[in-house]
Design a protein around this ligand. Structure first.
Ligand SMILES: CC(C)(COP(=O)(O)OP(=O)(O)OC[C@H]1O[C@@H](n2cnc3c(N)ncnc32)[C@H](O)[C@@H]1OP(=O)(O)O)[C@@H](O)C(=O)NCCC(=O)NCCS
Length: 168
């Protein structure tokens, strides 16, 4: 489901073969996610088909996920936070790692519910692809604001960068 959501959200940002490579690495990703959620400080919630769905995905199918945990250190903090007067230690201690929906349940309120379940109203940071306008609007509605300078992603992402968003 997450990889399908990536295909929708990042179709303009990644080469098509990159999505095939990600799909091919699914088994490794599952193992990696198992390690992530084994941390008792990490919350993961799944959204299944239900009253939130606008159309009818397969019965019982997972149509959304969200995950939050302790903020990860980021290597380019000095560059991102330059000019803000802040250092990494001033940022909230929680990070929203992921919110991904099946496109068929966009706009149904499921993302609101997943975000609340995984993070409540807690202060947190997150990273979002610069120009992912729908996600940025969603996060702003939930009290997050962009902070600092865009961080270039490099690799398969080419010229794209990501933005740090913070809720205090
Ligand atoms: C990001 C995501 C979780 C948000 O869930 P959602 O159900 O689509 O969000 P909502 O419909 O509640 O809110 C979307 C907001 O974007 C706005 N919006 C919709 N399309 C837009 C566009 N093309 N440009 C700008 N804003 C847009 C909506 O008006 C709404 O804002 P509002 O509540 O202030 O009116 C979901 O779209 C998703 O999974 N996207 C793909 C994966 C992704 O990008 N995840 C985030 C990774 S950081």
């Amino acid at each position: 489901m997450k990889n399908r959501s990536w295909r929708t959200a990042y179709a303009h940002a990644l080469p098509a073969e990159e999505f095939d490579r990600i799909d091919a690495g699914l088994a490794d990703q599952v193992e990696s996610w198992k390690r992530i959620v084994a941390d008792p400080e990490v919350n993961l919630v799944l959204g299944e088909q239900g009253p939130h769905a606008t159309s009818a995905p397969e019965s019982g199918a997972v149509v959304g996920m969200a995950c939050a945990g302790p903020r990860r250190p980021f290597g380019d903090a000095a560059m991102v936070l330059a000019g803000t007067g802040l250092s990494e230690g001033d940022l909230p201690e929680r990070e929203l790692f992921a919110v991904y929906l099946d496109e068929r349940v966009y706009g149904t309120g499921l993302a609101d519910r997943l975000l609340r379940e995984v993070l409540g109203d807690a202060p947190a940071v997150l990273w979002v692809l610069d120009g992912n306008a729908r996600a940025e609007a969603f996060y702003r509605r939930h009290g997050f604001e962009a902070l600092g300078a865009p961080a270039p992603l490099g690799g398969s992402w080419g010229e794209h960068s990501e933005r740090l968003y913070v809720r205090r």
